[in-house]
Write a protein that binds this ligand. Structure first.
Ligand code: 1PZ
Length: 205
């Protein structure tokens, strides 16, 4: 209904926020400020409710990490500043560090991007799209127990049609908005990966 009436849908809000974040990054000379980044990542959690109750634990996991970054925004100006500080303290990969939480949030952003890519590229079920996306982006870094739990949760995902309805989109509008998120989040994701890689920190964790 919202899409037909021209009102803003959750997906539009997320896509627009990432477009604005990417524009801000360009305006700041290719530097990503922490506060707007964290706020934008927080918006993503509106999408969780459309995936169903089984992914509540994924939501809690994601939101906890985003909230840590929101808190860090009071002391650190940019994403780079977080990495630099954790490098000094040798705590980049330490559980609960801002850098590690940034890496986790980036996995969440990448997961959604991969899910949307799968959704657009195939006519298959949401189960297939989500299973492929999770296998590509997150599974390599998750323990066996987590992978098992996620695999079981996948069976409770809604159908493609149900997801479109829950997101207040139409067949046509959902494609446009998913594409917008994919395009706007790509430079942000790439930027975050480069923060680590340019400091000789591999991304195999
Ligand atoms: C887009 C939705 C696709 C379908 C559903 C896929 C569900 C993925 C569920 C991920 C569950 C994560 C469970 C916990 C993992 C933690 O072990 C790790 C490590 O945390 P640490 O040791 O550093 O404290 N956490 C992560 O890897 C964070 C991953 C965030 C993924 C969140 C999903 C975001 C999806 C958004 C959906 C709208």
């Amino acid at each position: 209904v919202a899409a037909r009436q021209g009102m803003e849908t959750p997906l539009t809000a997320v896509a627009e926020a990432f477009e604005e974040l990417a524009r801000g990054m360009d305006a700041d000379g290719g530097e990503l400020r922490l506060a707007p980044f964290s706020d934008t990542c927080a918006l993503v959690s509106v999408l969780f409710s459309s995936l169903g109750m089984a992914f509540r634990f994924a939501e809690i996991e994601y939101v906890t990490k985003v909230n840590d970054l929101i808190g860090a925004g009071k002391s650190y100006r940019t994403l780079s500043d977080i990495l630099d500080k954790d490098m000094q303290n040798d705590s980049v990969k330490k559980q609960g560090s801002h850098s590690r939480n940034l890496r986790r949030v980036r996995l969440g952003l990448g997961l959604i991007k991969a899910l949307f890519e799968q959704f657009l590229a195939t006519e298959g079920s949401l189960y297939d799209a989500a299973t492929t996306a999770y296998g590509q982006v997150c599974a390599p870094f998750h323990s066996w127990a987590i992978r098992k739990a996620v695999g079981a949760g996948m069976y409770t995902l809604p159908s493609r049609e149900q997801l479109i309805v829950r997101l207040n989109e139409t067949d046509c509008s959902v494609q446009k908005e998913m594409r917008r998120y994919i395009d706007a989040s790509s430079p942000i994701i790439e930027y975050i990966d480069n923060l680590f890689l340019s400091r000789n920190i591999s991304l195999d964790w």
